[in-house]
Design a binder for this molecule. Structure first.
Ligand code: PEP
Ligand code: MG
Length: 588
């Protein structure tokens, strides 16, 4: 049977972007373009008239935004709707309004030029901010700026379109996203914008699948083209083939079935029928995801990939900047746990140093790079410690392969604690330290490594790559990237058993945790805590609530004696059928 991997591997008509809001849709393109506003900087001869025009345009803009705000309050929760309230407040900002008037009088420039120039100045300051959140907000201000200018020019913009279209645009403002959603828009795709752009956040709130940041999709599609939007994996397929349409139609129908009643699981524990609780945590890549984490029913954050902060900022944040980011997350998730992973730099991730490595995945990556760069490592440790006063933060080391690496990291952590004590900074005295088990050497030595740490987390994304000697990003060998290989599952079992013998908490945070086909097997192998992308948590919860731990133990036992991946998959599929559990693997 074809999987997503096969479909995307062969697709020539695919465009990749950022998976901003989960879901799958097939529909016709509506190219949403806004007339580019020409701004005149001509001279003002009648100051009183210019001032009146400005007042009217501001009044009209406020009227429009009030309407947008009231729709937002109907459709979204208060915090989301507040985006528009904030825009309305800009219209009431006396300093800004005074600046407009003074400049029109002093410079004798047209109001539209002054509005453009004055607000652009604010935006430039925001764009240079180190906070990704503030940077993204600079885009949102475009909306208010263009709204006032359009009203000064007495133009109208279209906000209603044919129902059921997929809106494709270079960029969407929060108001566009909201107003367009009234026309039953099926999906959003944009050239620009990131996961934290408000258009993305609003799409998630409204449950409309979205892919953002495709760079140039508007150049590749025409009005009325058919496209498939996959908001789980961040792909768009343009004018899909018959095979692709059939594949995604089935997925879509399956998804509709699956989503029925998913909400009801949100506040229930992930408990098997015979009473074994599996804790479900969220993997977080960017802090903007925290909203989905909070609404997904997660028990906490099992993996916060801090190297993503570097991707977002393109530079190394200072200690204080990091303290702010970690404290903020810790408070948002409190009293649940936040597992902060030390920067996993290197491999195919953020490049810190311009060093040539023939095999970066086998090179200076994760803990190896951090130990080589103690200043950088210490900055992060100090920030994590300073943010730990809620007592819900724990710290995890990536790419560990030897005990010496853990011992050295712990020494550095102790040095940081001593420094902070001397500087009179408080921190959590029981700060927990854990490791990722993702290198085969660490898997083999789990028993010994366990003695050095408080907790362990299995990272199958890398574990499979290193165990099978197959680059996780290389399409040519992707058939060998087998999460159900007996070699992989026996290794997972070994890690779990050894960690448990040492009475250390063992969790699981590789993508395999989100593969619903893998869940019964992992539960049977003894996993009691899984961390996955937040949007997949309700699906995992539902599977677990259908399981019987005793049955999964037998399944695991049978799988452990298989000699090929095909046999393992066959056993699991049989298990799903025998126990009448809906199979959801290929959906997400
Ligand atoms: C892993 O390797 O399984 C993991 C969770 O880490 P990452 O995907 O960030 O390498
Ligand atoms: Mg990894």
């Amino acid at each position: 049977m074809k999987t997503f991997k096969h479909i995307y591997k062969d697709a020539k008509n695919k465009i990749h972007g950022i998976a901003a809001a989960p879901g799958i849709v097939i529909g016709k393109v509506y190219l949403f373009t806004k007339e580019k506003l020409e701004i005149s900087d001509g001279e003002v001869t009648n100051f009183e008239e210019a001032k009146r025009n400005l007042e009217e345009a501001l009044k009209q803009s406020k009227k429009e935004l009030t309407k947008v705000f009231s729709i937002a309050r109907e459709k979204m929760d208060e915090t989301r709707a507040a985006i528009f309230e904030a825009q309305m407040m800009i219209l009431d900002d006396p300093i800004l309004l005074k600046a407009f008037e003074e400049r029109i009088e002093r410079e004798k420039k047209q109001p539209e030029y002054v509005v453009f120039d004055e607000i652009t100045k604010y935006q430039d300051i925001m764009r240079h901010s180190k906070e990704p959140y503030i940077k993204e907000r600079a885009h949102d201000i475009d909306d208010i700026k263009n709204r006032i200018i359009r009203n000064l020019q007495k133009k109208r913009w279209q906000s209603k379109i044919a129902a059921d279209a997929i809106v494709v645009s270079d960029m969407l403002t929060p108001a566009d996203t909201l107003l367009l959603s009234r026309s039953n828009v099926k999906g959003f795709v944009t050239d620009h914008g990131g996961l934290t752009s408000h258009a993305a956040i609003i799409s998630r709130s409204l449950n409309i699948p979205a892919v953002v940041g495709t760079h140039d999709i508007t150049k590749h599609v025409k009005e009325d083209d058919t496209i498939i939007v996959d908001g789980f994996h961040g792909y768009v397929l343009i004018n899909p083939t018959k095979e692709q349409t059939e594949f995604f139609t089935k997925k879509f129908q399956h998804l509709v079935e699956l989503q029925k009643g998913l909400e009801e699981f949100k506040d229930k524990p992930a408990l098997t029928k015979d009473g074994r609780e599996i804790l479900l945590y969220a993997n977080v890549d960017v802090s903007g995801e925290i909203d989905i984490v909070v609404t997904s029913g997660a028990s906490g954050i099992g993996l916060y990939r801090t190297e993503q902060i570097l991707e977002e900022l393109s530079e190394f944040p200072t200690e204080e900047e990091q303290v702010k980011i970690y404290s903020n997350l810790s408070s948002r998730i409190y009293p649940n746990t936040l597992t902060i992973r030390a920067f996993d730099i290197g491999g195919d991730k953020f490049k810190l140093l311009e060093i040539y490595e023939a095999n970066p995945f086998l090179g200076l990556r994760g803990i190896r790079l951090l130990l080589e760069n103690p200043t950088l490592f210490k900055t992060q440790i100090r920030a994590v410690l300073k943010a730990s006063n809620n007592k819900n933060i724990r710290f995890m080391l990536p790419m560990v392969s030897t005990i010496m690496e853990i011992k050295r990291a712990k020494e550095i952590i102790e040095e940081c604690k001593d420094e902070l004590k001397k500087e009179n900074h408080s921190f959590d005295k029981h700060f927990m330290i854990g490791i990722m088990v993702e290198v085969p050497a660490a898997a083999v030595m789990t028993k010994e490594l366990s003695k050095e740490v408080d907790f362990l987390s299995i990272g199958t994304n890398d574990l499979i790559q290193y165990l099978m000697a197959v680059d996780r990003g290389n399409d040519l060998v992707s058939d060998l990237y087998q999460e159900f290989s007996p070699a992989v599952i026996r290794t997972i079992y070994h890690i779990i058993t050894q960690a448990k013998e040492s009475k250390k908490e063992i969790s699981f945070c590789g993508e395999m945790a989100a593969d619903t086909l893998a869940i019964p097997l992992l539960v049977g192998l003894g996993v009691t805590s899984l961390s996955m992308s937040p949007s997949t948590i309700p699906y995992a919860k539902r599977i677990i609530r259908y399981l019987n731990y005793a049955h999964t133990k037998q399944l695991a036992k049978d799988c452990l004696s298989c000699s090929t991946e095909v046999e393992v998959i066959h056993l699991i599929e049989k298990f799903f059928k025998e126990h009448s559990i809906t199979r959801t693997r290929q959906i997400i």
